[in-house]
Design a protein around this ligand. Structure first.
Ligand SMILES: [Zn+2]
Length: 179
């Protein structure tokens, strides 16, 4: 039993270290996606996106913009519910995984379900980061960092403009607003 336990622990440590510094050790899905020719299930032209989205949403979702810290509508939201992609409606995050990171953007330690988002390398602005995209429509959501809470150790730092919150108690999207 003992050798097995040790190798599992070692493997987990190596994996965490690999995520931090060595891109060659990252999961394949993160590596092979650095080009802009990725195909997503939901395809729309940029003209169509412009019609559907507000200018702020378009800038963040389609031009990989970033809203200013502490200005988005969800950075301090604590109500139970789900967060959908503001572009296509896919459920991406849950309030259970939202935590107060103090960074001024909605922060999640986990995705609502495996495969809902895609991470790819982003070397813009002189930084090496992992960009997070909606796996369904390819829209920009934010970035993922490895300084989140246990057990995942991840911090999905997401723009409020990229997501739509839905109260758990009101499944219909046309439910009356609470404010
Ligand atoms: Zn989407």
């Amino acid at each position: 039993m003992k050798p097995t336990l040790i190798s599992i622990t070692l493997g987990a440590t190596l994996f965490v270290a690999g995520c931090d510094a060595a891109p060659t050790n990252s999961p394949a899905a993160m590596n092979n996606s650095t080009n802009s020719t990725m195909k997503f299930p939901l395809q729309r032209t940029e003209a169509e996106w412009r019609k559907i989205l507000t200018p702020d949403q378009y800038h963040v979702l389609r031009e990989a913009g970033t809203e200013r810290a502490f200005t988005g509508k969800y950075w301090n939201t604590k109500e139970p519910g789900i967060y959908r992609c503001a572009a296509c409606g896919e459920i991406l995050f849950k309030s259970n995984d939202k935590f107060d990171s103090g960074c001024g953007w909605p922060s999640f330690s986990e995705i609502a379900a495996q495969g809902k988002v895609i991470a790819r390398e982003d070397n813009s602005l002189g930084m090496h980061r992992m960009e997070v995209l909606c796996a369904n429509c390819g829209s920009h959501l934010g970035h993922v960092f490895d300084d989140g809470p246990a057990p995942t150790g991840l911090r999905y730092c997401i723009n409020s403009a990229s997501i739509d919150f839905a109260d758990t108690n009101s499944p219909a999207t046309n439910a009356p607003e609470k404010k």
